[in-house]
Design a protein around this ligand. Structure first.
Ligand code: PGA
Length: 250
């Protein structure tokens, strides 16, 4: 049985003060019998403070991006060691906003994934098709390419530390959610791809999250799909109540 994993991607929201408040509300509201794994991914500027507030809780910390070089003249970038030094265990990579707004290609995402894994950070590797690609019937082709290129050179052993998040780009921040059937179809396809690329047992144990306008009103039915093992939540993780509602449904 795969555990459900709920991650909150705060994106470019919450200054230090607001981050302290949000994470404290999440900690205080989280039931003791919560069965899901919970990850919060605040902006870089809040990681250290959120990390100290999370000490002694079951909530894990993730960053939203990183660069693959160890150190040096890379103005504006942050390395894996830096993220680990402030308590990060996870890092979101390949998010569609990085792909689309910041032009990150599959090759760059692949380099980051390999370095994250080699350095002991667990990637939450995001994939998903644009609206136009879905309308042209290219969803499975796009997702295949992203999995193939993004995970090139990753070993079966390392796959134990990878989470895949399927996020149809047309559903991110739009209020449009994929139907549970649409999501399940792609999730099961991704699991098959991973089985072919790695092994049946890697695929069976892989956490595949769904992301795109997940909220407490739709999380229950999405998370009850066979191949949906959790959620990567954007907008609805910025308020403790709605994030806790999604965690409760898991
Ligand atoms: P959303 O974002 O929940 O606001 O659609 C999800 C994501 O981008 O990870």
């Amino acid at each position: 049985m795969r555990k459900k994993v709920i991650a909150g991607n705060w994106k470019m929201n919450k200054d230090l003060h607001q981050s302290q408040k949000l994470v404290s509300d999440i900690i205080n509201g989280l039931g003791k019998d919560t069965k899901a794994d919970v990850i919060v991914c605040p902006p870089f500027t809040s990681l250290y403070e959120v990390s100290s507030l999370l000490k002694g809780t079951q909530i894990k910390l993730g960053a939203q991006n990183m660069y693959y070089e160890e150190s040096g003249a890379y103005t504006g970038e942050v390395s894996t060691d830096m993220l680990k030094s402030v308590g990060c265990e996870y890092v979101i990579l390949g998010h569609s906003e990085r792909r689309v707004i910041f032009n990150e290609p599959d090759e760059l995402i692949n380099k980051k994934i390999k370095v994250a894994l080699a350095k002991g950070l667990k990637p939450i590797f995001c994939i998903g098709e644009l609206l136009e690609q879905r309308e042209n019937g290219e969803t499975m082709q796009v997702v295949s390419r992203q999995v193939e290129k993004g995970l090139e050179g990753v070993s079966s052993e390392q796959m134990k530390n990878v989470i895949i998040a399927y996020e149809p780009v047309w559903a991110i921040g739009t209020g449009k959610t994929a139907t549970p059937q649409q999501a399940q179809e792609v999730h099961s396809f991704i699991r098959e791809l991973v089985a072919k690329k790695f092994s049946a047992s890697v695929a069976e144990n892989l956490i595949i999250q769904y992301g795109g306008s997940v909220k407490p009103e739709n999380s229950n039915v999405l998370l009850s799909q066979k191949d949906i093992d959790g959620a990567l939540v954007g907008g609805a993780c910025l308020k403790a109540d709605s994030f806790l509602g999604i965690i409760a449904s898991a």
